[in-house]
Design a binder for this molecule. Sequence first.
Ligand SMILES: [Fe+2]
Length: 179
Amino acid sequence: MFSNNLFVGTELSGNQIIKKQTKLCDILTYYLNQPTSADLDSIIYEVSIHENSKNPKDGDLSFGISAINSGDIDGEYYMTKGHFHTDSSKAEYYWGISGKGLLLLMDRDRNYTIHEVYPGALLYIAGHMAHRLVNIGDKLLNVGACWHAISGYDYETIKNLGFPIRVFKNANSYKIITI
Ligand SMILES: [Fe+2]
């Protein structure tokens, strides 16, 4: 059987592809500092998702690619909002495609780990761990993902409580700030 869906380099195209853009206006409050001069229309990241079914059932999978732009808000690197899975038994795989980033993982007791993301890196995310990507490079960060279609997304916890660690620019590298 031939597939109409193509995963070429960093592009996902074909049928049942959903693209979601997150602009600065959608995520500004997640940043430690929120400069009034920031361009609220700038695109922080885009996610392309292949949804296999409109009514997913247990066992179905979804596939996606996240593309996080390079940049920072008052020194804090561009990042995804991050989320917990509503169903904490549903794990997920990430893998680095291009660019340089960090994957932040955090459990509900706010214990965290930090993982480097680079082309070829394979990252297993246990179902109970919130996950956020941070682009620490000067190019686009592209990361593939495969997850259970019925994982569910809890964005609210992160929106309200954030992560206990933030990633800022530091000369040619990055620095972690704990809050
Ligand atoms: Fe997820």
